[in-house]
Design a protein around this ligand. Structure first.
Ligand SMILES: Cc1cc2nc3c(=O)[nH]c(=O)nc-3n(C[C@H](O)[C@H](O)[C@H](O)COP(=O)(O)O)c2cc1C
Length: 191
């Protein structure tokens, strides 16, 4: 087998990754800003903690530190163009809600709304931040979760046949999952 070795950082070898769009209030401009991140992860179940890695150069980074709260928004594959547009524009210069005619839903616990274009959203309160190299890990406590009706089975598992999630491959390429690939090692019928 032939292998090609290269410096880290020059390939997307740990992708695909689920796209997560961070929503955050911009009080000064009376709007909400949204930016996609590929680097996000659940960190704890009890308490429910979720981490997102943001470059301090993003406007979203500045806004999360200013407000202390944010929403997580998970999009279906059909919203690849929206994710791409949100990642090309900066809220420093553009009101993305107006420019992209985004539909918003009010949260129940925090002031930041979530995207109606998504199939799942979570309201988070910023509880910690850590600097790692050129990124900040912003840790949010998940206070409330909103799921589009019918998107999950009774176990809370995403129905891939109903909601193909948006995966980012790197560069300007996106993908999704094959619902036919769902396997149940216990032999139960997969949904
Ligand atoms: C699919 C996708 C994933 C991205 N992932 C990240 C990420 O994990 N961290 C980050 O800092 N920026 C990431 N970006 C870039 C930001 O979304 C981009 O810089 C955006 O314009 C920031 O907007 P803002 O300045 O309004 O905050 C990603 C962009 C795209 C399109």
């Amino acid at each position: 087998m032939e292998w090609k070795s290269q410096a880290p950082g020059s390939s997307y070898f740990y992708y695909p990754r689920l796209v997560c769009v961070i929503g955050v209030r911009d009080e000064a401009k009376a709007t909400t800003n949204f930016a996609p991140v590929a680097w996000s992860t659940p960190l704890s179940s009890h308490p429910p903690l979720f981490g997102v890695c943001l470059s301090p150069a993003t406007y979203t980074h500045h806004l999360v530190l200013a407000t202390g709260e944010f929403t997580l928004n998970f999009l279906p594959h059909s919203q690849a163009q929206l994710a791409d547009a949100l990642g090309k524009l900066s809220g420093k210069r553009v009101d993305k809600v107006k420019t992209l005619a985004l539909g918003l839903e009010s949260g129940e616990v925090i002031a930041t709304p979530f995207l109606t274009a998504g199939y799942a959203a979570a309201e988070c309160s910023l509880v910690e931040r850590h600097q790692f190299g050129d990124q900040t890990l912003l840790v949010g406590e998940v206070l409330r979760v909103h799921l589009l009706a019918g998107c999950c089975d009774p176990d809370g598992v995403l129905r891939l046949d109903r909601v193909p999630p948006l995966l980012y491959l790197g560069g300007n390429r996106y993908a999704t999952t094959d619902p036919g690939s769902v396997t149940r090692p216990d032999g139960a019928a997969s949904s």
